[in-house]
Design a protein around this ligand. Structure first.
Ligand code: HEM
Length: 378
C-alpha cells in the first residue's frame, strides 16, 4: 500500500490513547507521518534481518520446548485445556491476556471512530487503564535495566529492545515497547491456535504434516533454521490458516483529498477498509473459499496477489512477518512431533472480533503423546 495514503486517523488514534492513558502513542504501528514513521522503521529493521533472526532459533527452540513440557503434563488424553492459553504462554506468560482487553474498546467505537461513553462499564474502563499503566511501567523498568547494563559495560546485544532504545525520547521508546509487545505476541498465538483448530478438523492434513515433520525433524529436539526451510507443507498449512483466520483482519487507510482509483472517485476524508479476511473468503479470488485447502499455496499454484495480505502490503507491512513465521513453525513442528491432538466436542469454532481475531472458545483440546515419543532424543 502506497505511503501516499496514511493510516486512518479515526481508528488508529483510538489505540494511541485508551481512555486517556497513552497506549501505542507514536509507535511504529500508529505513527501516521511518513518521515517520522520511516525514521523509526530504519532503526528497527536490523532487529529483523535474516542474520539476526537465524540467531533467534535458539530462543524459539527454548521457548517452544518449555511449552512442550507444560503440554506433556496434560497429555494423558483426558485433561481438556485451551490451546490459545497455552500458545500465549510461549512468549510472555504473565501479561499474555492483557492485549486483548486493550483492544476491546475498538469494537465499541462509533462511526467517527470515538469510543463512546460506556455507562455501567466503568469497572472495565478502570481495568483497561490500569493494564495500560502496568504495561508502560514494565516497559519503563525493562528500558532502565537495559540502559544500566550498557552503562556498566555489558555489550549491547542486537535485539528489539536495543533498537527501541535508539528512539527519539523516553515516551516514544515506551510506545514502541508496548507496540512490539502487543503486535508481536497475541497475533502469533492466535495464528497457532487457529492452525491447531483447522488441522485437528482435517485428519488427512494432520497425517501429511506429521509425516513431513517425521521425515525432516525425526526425533531430534533442536530444530535448525535449515529444517524450517524444508517444512514446505507446514508453510502451506500456516498460510492457509492465515487466509481463513487472519489474526489481523486488514488495514485501514484514509483519503486526505479526493482520489480516483481505477476510475472510481473516492471523496476526501474517506476511510478505506482493506480486508484480507473478506477477500480471503470470496469465491472470486479463492475457489470454494470456505474449504481449508493448503494446496492453494503449493509451489505450482497461482500466487494470490493483492487478494491475500495477512501481513498487509507495502512499506507499512508487518516488520515481524519472518520472525512470526519462524516461531510458528518451530512451535507447530514440535507439537506435531510429540502429540496427537483432539478437539473437545461442543465448542464453537467462531472467530471473536476484538480488533484482532481470536478463536472465540479458545480451541479446547485434549492431547496424547505420539506413540514414537520414546525415541525423542535429549
Ligand atoms: C502471525 C503473526 C502476525 C500477523 C498476522 C501480523 C500482521 C500485521 C499486520 C496486518 C500489520 C499491518 C497493521 C496495520 O496496517 O495497521 C502489522 C504491522 C506490524 N507488525 Fe505484525 N503481525 C504478526 C506478527 C508480528 C510480530 C511477531 C511482530 C514483532 C515482533 C510484529 C510487529 C509489527 C509491527 C511493529 C508493525 C507495524 C509496522 C510498520 O508500520 O512499520 N508483528 N502486522
Amino acid at each position: 500500500m502506497s505511503p501516499q495514503y496514511q493510516k486512518d486517523p479515526r481508528t488508529y488514534n483510538n489505540i494511541c490513547n485508551l481512555f486517556g492513558e497513552r497506549f501505542l502513542g507514536n509507535s511504529l504501528v500508529t505513527e501516521r507521518n511518513y518521515e517520522r514513521w520511516h525514521k523509526q522503521r530504519k532503526i528497527m529493521d536490523p532487529a529483523f534481518s535474516r542474520t539476526y533472526l537465524i540467531g533467534l532459533m535458539e530462543t524459539f527452540n527454548e521457548k517452544a520446548e518449555e511449552l512442550m513440557e507444560k503440554l506433556e503434563e496434560k497429555a494423558e488424553g483426558k485433561k481438556e485445556f485451551s490451546m490459545l492459553t497455552m500458545m500465549s504462554r510461549v512468549t510472555l506468560d504473565v501479561i499474555a491476556k492483557v492485549p486483548a482487553t486493550f483492544l476491546f474498546p475498538l469494537q465499541l467505537a462509533d462511526k467517527s471512530g470515538r469510543v463512546p461513553y460506556m455507562p455501567g462499564k466503568q469497572k472495565l474502563i478502570k481495568e483497561i487503564q490500569a493494564s495500560v499503566r502496568l504495561l508502560r511501567r514494565v516497559g519503563r523498568e525493562c528500558i532502565k535495566q537495559r540502559r544500566e547494563a550498557v552503562e556498566n559495560g555489558k555489550e549491547a546485544t542486537m535485539d528489539i529492545l536495543t533498537q527501541i532504545l535508539k528512539g527519539d525520547d523516553d515516551e516514544n521508546m515506551l510506545d514502541n515497547f508496548v507496540a512490539f509487545f502487543v503486535a508481536g505476541h497475541e497475533t502469533t498465538a492466535n495464528q497457532l491456535s487457529f492452525t491447531v483448530m483447522a488441522v485437528a478438523q482435517h485428519p488427512e492434513i494432520l497425517e501429511r504434516l506429521q509425516a513431513e515433520v517425521d521425515e525432516v525433524i525425526g526425533a531430534k529436539r533442536h530444530i535448525d533454521y535449515e529444517d524450517l526451510c524444508k517444512l514446505k507443507y507446514l508453510s502451506q498449512v500456516l498460510k492457509e490458516s492465515l487466509r481463513l483466520y487472519p489474526p489481523i483482519p486488514g488495514t485501514l487507510r484514509w483519503t486526505e483529498t479526493e482520489t480516483v482509483v481505477d476510475g472510481i472517485k473516492i471523496p476526501a476524508n474517506t476511510t478505506l477498509n482493506f480486508s484480507t479476511y473478506v477477500m480471503g473468503r470470496m469465491e472470486k479470488f479463492f475457489k470454494d473459499p470456505l474449504t481449508f485447502n493448503p494446496e492453494r499455496f503449493s509451489k505450482d499454484a497461482p500466487k494470490p496477489y493483492y487478494s491475500y495480505f495477512p501481513f498487509s502490503l507495502g512499506p507499512r507491512s508487518c516488520i515481524g512477518q519472518a520472525f512470526a513465521q519462524m516461531e510458528a513453525k518451530v512451535v507447530m513442528a514440535k507439537l506435531l512431533q510429540r502429540f496427537e491432538f483432539q478437539l473437545v466436542p461442543g465448542q464453537s469454532f467462531k472467530l471473536l472480533d476484538i480488533g484482532t481475531f481470536r478463536p472465540s472458545d479458545g480451541v479446547m483440546c485434549k492431547l496424547k503423546p505420539r506413540s514414537h515419543k520414546k525415541d525423542v532424543q535429549m
